[in-house]
Each structure stands twice: as structure tokens, then as C-alpha cells.
Design a protein around this ligand. Structure first.
Ligand code: SAM
Ligand code: DTB
Ligand code: SF4
Length: 380
């Protein structure tokens, strides 16, 4: 096994297949149908060609505007159409958001994701949101927002403010979408993703597993994402959080292996994207989370709350990372991963051959200690 560091060379590797954007349904279905061990082995092999397998990117969520959303997404506790007992809240003050971001940074997050229960932002709200982006970015955090649908002007304004990522999930396949949401279309979603790309922001887009969809809907979702002209840099895979009062409160348990398979297939067909083990971790035991990391998940939401529902306690995640020898991904490692960017900075290229990246324990400790001391110190 090599202990080579990631090369800073720009030389392309002859052994790493180039990214594909022409995945066929049959091919992706065949990945889902692989024996579980074969699928995980393939996913882990691909993962090691592009990422340090022992690093996981750490993001913290903040709900900047909660509840009373006019949309009818059947999974969502924030829709005004369902009685979920949620207290609605107006748009947070900019200062309060910055305080939350400071706290997230000091507990080890490198990205701060701000979410609003809007169909789309109103132009009167945009100046406040822009100030939030600027303030959070000034703290040295990556910024992400999820505010609903954006037009081209709003996208450009957010990009100009310095917003790094925009989260906008496709949620499921085009075919199943109408069974989940009727107040907007799949094409509305795709249009916003196009506006985000055109404005030069990085795309965070994924979906939810466990909404009663079939395997072909998971295939359809992942093909939709992978066949975009550029893969989303971040692909959140959420396990449905069944919230009382929503139409999906009593759906059946999801088969854990189907969830892990979805992560593994996402890893294989979008090899350079961060795949996020997103909502639903509160319901997962540590073994399942470890399996998700093995399948190629390399990002999490960190902190006791997602937007309105529970997430594992920060200390629990620190302990889990420690037990698995996982370190938070340093901020520097998450830069410039866009397709066409310096992609080989994250794979290990030596004389055209791919080496599997496996840092020595000492290297791993040094990297982490430099990157996110607060996260690391708290568990040492
Ligand atoms: N309103 C904006 C929108 O829908 O794009 C942004 C906020 S919305 C809550 C962000 C994402 O959270 C949704 O696209 C969905 O994928 C995810 N989500 C919402 N409720 C969920 C639940 N109960 N379980 C899992 N994921 C959920
Ligand atoms: C994403 O894919 N999942 C996050 C984030 N993007 C915005 C949201 C999960 C929400 C889970 C339900 C809640 O806490 O309200
Ligand atoms: Fe509104 Fe977003 Fe929830 Fe849909 S997912 S109801 S758009 S907050």
C-alpha cells in the first residue's frame, strides 16, 4: 500500500476513467443489482482514487427562516399545509446568523449551510441574505444556502456576494416527482440548477430515499444528477425523516442496505463529488453510518439540529469519528474541486498510475491538527 500524499501535479492520470455524463439506465440498474460486497468494493475503490478515505467534510445547518412554506412537499415538516406543531419563525436577524456561524466554526465545521422555508426568495429578503453570506464568509467558512427556486438575477446576486454552494435537491426521479410535490415541477428545479451553474456557484443537489419510491426512481434520480453537464460538487443523500403530521409520517421503514446501495452508486457514477450522508442519521446506528462512509459518503451535517429535526449530538459524532479514525476534511482540501479545476490535486498520480491514497496515521493527525483544531482537540 502506498502512503503517497496527494500530488499537487496537474498531470492527468491515464488510469482514472474520466468523468462520465452519459450513464444509461441499464448500467446504473446493474450497479444496484450487484452483490452487496462487490458494490461496496467498487465504490470504495473509486472513492480512494479521488479522496482521502479517512476524511469527511463537516457542514452545519442553520434554519434562517422556519415554517409556513406555501409548497406541498409531502415529506416536509415546514409546509404550511400540514400540522406538524412547528413554530414558524420570521427571517433571522443577520447578526444572529453570524453568531450561529461562529459557534459552528468553533466546534469544527468548515461549511455553514443556511436554509429557508421559501418557495423562492422575495426580492425584499435578498439584501439580508446577501449580508448573511458576506458575514459568514468573512469568518473563513464556506457558505451554502438553500432558499428555493432562484431566477438568474437572484443567482447572480448571491454569487456576487460570495456564496460558494447552492443546495437545491431533485429529491427523486422525474417520474415520481408528481407524487411527492404538486406545487412545482421537476423542470422548475432543473432551471434553478442551471441558473446556479450559470452564475458560477457550486451545486449541491441530491435527494431523499425512503419516500415509497422504487429502485428505478433511485436510478432515475442518480442518472439525472450524473448526466448533468457537470456533476454537482455535493450530493446529499437524505434518508426520509418521518415527521408526524406530514403525509409521509407512517411510511414503512427503509431497508438499510437499499440506502447504502444508493450512496455506493452515487459514489461510483459521480466519483469526484462529495456524497453527503445527510438527514436521517439520528435513526441510524454507528455501524450503519460506518458502512455509509465505506460506501463512499464523505460529508455530514454536524450539530444537534438539521433544519427543524434532530441530528446526532456533536460529541457523539466526535466520538464516532475518533473510533473510526476519521478526521474532518480540512478547509483547504475542499477548494477547487469543480470539474475542470485542479482535480488531480486530490487523486494520487505518479508516473500516470493511480495509487490508492492512504495517509499514515502521523500525516492524518498533522493534517487534521492544522485544519480544524477545535474539532480534533475535543476528541483527543
Ligand atoms: N425550501 C427550499 C427547498 O425546498 O429547496 C429549501 C429548504 S428544504 C427543507 C431543503 C431540503 O430538505 C429538501 O429539498 C429536502 O430534500 C430536504 N428535506 C426536507 N424535509 C425532509 C425530511 N423530512 N427528510 C429528509 N429530507 C428532508
Ligand atoms: C439536504 O439535502 N438536507 C438538509 C439540507 N439539504 C438543507 C435538510 C434536511 C432537512 C430534514 C428535515 C428538517 O430538519 O426539517
Ligand atoms: Fe417548502 Fe422546501 Fe419544505 Fe418544500 S422542502 S415545503 S419548498 S421548505
Amino acid at each position: 500500500m502506498s502512503s503517497a500524499k496527494p500530488s499537487s501535479s496537474n498531470a492527468p492520470s491515464s488510469n482514472v476513467p474520466s468523468l462520465r455524463h452519459d450513464w444509461m439506465r441499464d448500467e446504473v440498474s446493474a450497479l444496484f443489482a450487484l452483490p452487496f460486497n462487490d458494490l461496496l468494493f467498487q465504490a470504495q475503490t473509486v472513492h480512494r482514487q479521488h479522496f482521502n478515505p479517512n476524511q469527511v467534510q463537516v457542514s452545519t445547518l442553520c434554519s434562517i427562516k422556519t415554517g409556513a412554506c406555501p409548497e406541498d412537499c409531502k415529506y416536509c415538516p415546514q409546509s404550511a399545509r400540514y400540522d406538524t406543531g412547528l413554530e414558524k419563525e420570521k427571517l433571522m436577524q443577520v447578526d444572529a446568523v453570524i453568531e450561529e456561524a461562529k459557534a459552528a466554526k468553533s466546534s469544527g465545521a468548515t461549511r455553514f449551510c443556511m436554509g429557508a422555508a421559501w418557495r423562492s426568495p422575495k426580492n425584499k429578503d435578498l439584501p439580508y441574505v446577501v449580508e448573511m453570506v458576506k458575514g459568514v464568509k468573512a469568518l473563513g467558512l464556506e457558505t451554502c444556502m438553500t432558499l428555493g427556486m432562484l431566477d438568474d438575477k437572484q443567482s447572480s446576486e448571491l454569487a456576487a456576494a460570495g456564496l460558494d454552494y447552492y443546495n437545491h435537491n431533485l429529491d427523486t426521479s422525474k417520474e415520481y416527482y408528481g407524487d411527492i410535490i404538486t406545487t412545482r415541477t421537476y423542470d422548475d428545479r432543473l432551471n434553478t440548477l442551471q441558473n446556479v451553474r450559470d452564475a458560477g456557484m457550486k451545486v449541491c443537489s441530491g435527494g431523499i430515499v425512503g419516500m415509497g419510491e422504487g429502485e428505478q426512481d433511485r436510478v432515475g434520480l442518480l442518472i439525472q444528477l450524473a448526466n448533468m453537464p457537470a456533476h454537482p460538487e455535493s450530493v446529499p443523500i437524505n434518508m426520509l425523516v418521518r415527521v408526524e403530521g406530514t403525509p409521509f409520517e407512517a411510511l414503512d421503514d427503509l431497508d438499510s442496505f437499499d440506502f447504502i446501495r444508493t450512496i455506493a452508486v452515487a459514489r461510483i457514477i459521480m466519483p469526484k463529488s462529495h456524497v453527503r450522508l445527510s438527514a436521517g442519521r439520528e435513526e441510524m446506528n454507528e455501524q450503519m453510518q460506518a458502512m455509509a462512509f465505506f460506501a463512499g459518503a464523505n460529508s455530514i451535517f454536524y450539530g444537534e439540529k438539521l433544519l427543524t429535526t434532530a441530528n446526532p449530538e456533536a460529541d457523539k459524532d466526535k466520538q464516532l469519528f475518533k473510533r473510526l479514525g476519521i478526521e474532518p476534511e480540512p478547509y483547504s482540501a475542499v477548494e477547487d474541486r469543480r470539474e475542470g479545476g485542479n482535480a488531480s490535486a486530490v487523486s494520487n498520480v505518479s508516473n500516470g498510475a493511480v495509487e490508492i491514497f492512504e495517509p499514515t496515521a502521523k500525516e492524518a493527525i498533522q493534517q487534521t491538527a492544522q485544519a480544524t483544531p477545535l474539532f480534533y482537540n475535543a476528541v483527543s
